[in-house]
Write a protein that binds this ligand. Structure first.
Ligand code: NAD
Ligand code: MG
Length: 299
């Protein structure tokens, strides 16, 4: 195991090749009940002040990639508003503790992002709770595996779009009056945006939409000094995978068969990309998609 994210080790072996047992939970799932529990970087992420004084709103911040981002942001000096579903309170508490242990403010706002009015309330509570807002990180996502198009209910199709595409739209629109020049937005696409798995049709389509939305929005908002970028993760061990995100029978091979790296990522490995795109180091980067996928080829 690495000592922190700056250690020059062999990336193939930075985290173990996992072969998770077949396990399932109802959506959205609790990562604390997963085997193995995903690594959010609690023991390894070392902050160096790259986000000092930032006030960030992070969705999906209770678990997986969003939680790793919240911990990293706090250790880099940012206050954090965490968005998650009420059923995820237990996972969220763990992240709130980590943020507070880093000496930063944690504002917890449970609620359902498929509702436009909740998205607006979330932004208002972030601004109120942190005394401002200058970084948005949209990580929340819905992914439900269905082998055929007929098996995707109209409701699932709509909910997947509402969670993955509509919510970032609602949140960005509500946040803009508060975002001064120098603010940043980072959205979350996926390898699926370019390489759609046939059994994740609705999900993969939303990820293509997020990429496209972000590139258009980036051109619009750069005229106001706001940078928009995207992180596109590859296979990462998170609760999404054990809540029917993928075919449950494939869990023992999760990540190891598709990635040239020969293993799945841990959420801790996604966080530095979000830190980079939110920090001032990336001042000339806008409309970019940073692929964090273990070496899979993208356009
Ligand atoms: P995760 O289950 O840990 O996180 C997803 C979060 O989305 C949940 O914790 C939940 O809080 C939030 N969410 C879902 N529906 C919501 C709703 N209606 N209202 C409010 N919050 C809601 O899984 P993760 O893998 O960390 O997912 C984070 C993002 O990463 C997603 O956008 C996902 O598409 C993307 N992604 C993940 C992978 C991967 O392999 N894990 C790969 C590519 C992209
Ligand atoms: Mg969760």
């Amino acid at each position: 195991m690495t000592s922190d994210q700056y250690t020059f080790d062999d990336p193939r072996h930075r985290y173990p090749v996992i072969s998770p047992e077949v396990q399932q939970q109802p959506e959205p799932g609790l990562q604390s009940a997963m085997t193995p529990v995903p690594d959010l970087g609690e023991a390894t992420y070392r902050g160096t002040g790259r986000l000092t004084g930032r006030k960030a709103l992070i969705t999906g911040a209770d678990s997986g990639i969003g939680a790793a981002v919240a911990i990293a942001f706090a250790r880099e000096g940012a206050d954090v508003t965490l968005s998650y579903l009420p059923e995820e309170e237990e996972d969220a508490r763990h992240v709130v503790e980590q943020v507070e242990a880093a000496g930063r403010k944690a504002v917890a706002v449970p609620g359902d992002l498929t509702s436009a009015s909740f998205c607006r309330e979330l932004v208002a509570r972030a601004v109120e709770g942190m005394g401002g807002l200058d970084a948005i990180v949209n990580v929340a996502g819905k992914q439900v595996w269905q082998p055929t198009i007929e098996e995707i209910s109209d409701e699932q199709f709509e909910e997947t779009f509402r969670t993955n595409v509509f919510a970032p739209f609602f949140i960005v629109k509500a946040a803009l009056p508060h975002l001064a020049p120098g603010s940043t937005i980072v959205n979350t696409a996926s390898l699926e945006a370019y390489v759609p798995a046939p059994d994740r049709l609705d999900y993969a389509t939303t990820k293509g939409a997020i990429n496209n939305f972000s590139k258009g929005l980036a051109q619009q908002l750069i005229t106001r000094g706001i940078r928009v970028n995207v992180v596109a993760p590859g296979p990462t061990w998170t609760a999404l995978q054990v809540t029917r995100g993928v075919d449950p029978e494939t869990l023992p091979e999760f990540g190891s068969s598709e990635s040239p790296m020969g293993r799945a990522a841990q959420p801790a490995e996604q966080a530095p990309a979000y830190v980079f795109l939110t920090s001032a180091e990336s001042s000339f980067v806008a409309g970019e998609t940073l692929n964090v996928n273990g070496g899979m080829v993208t356009p």
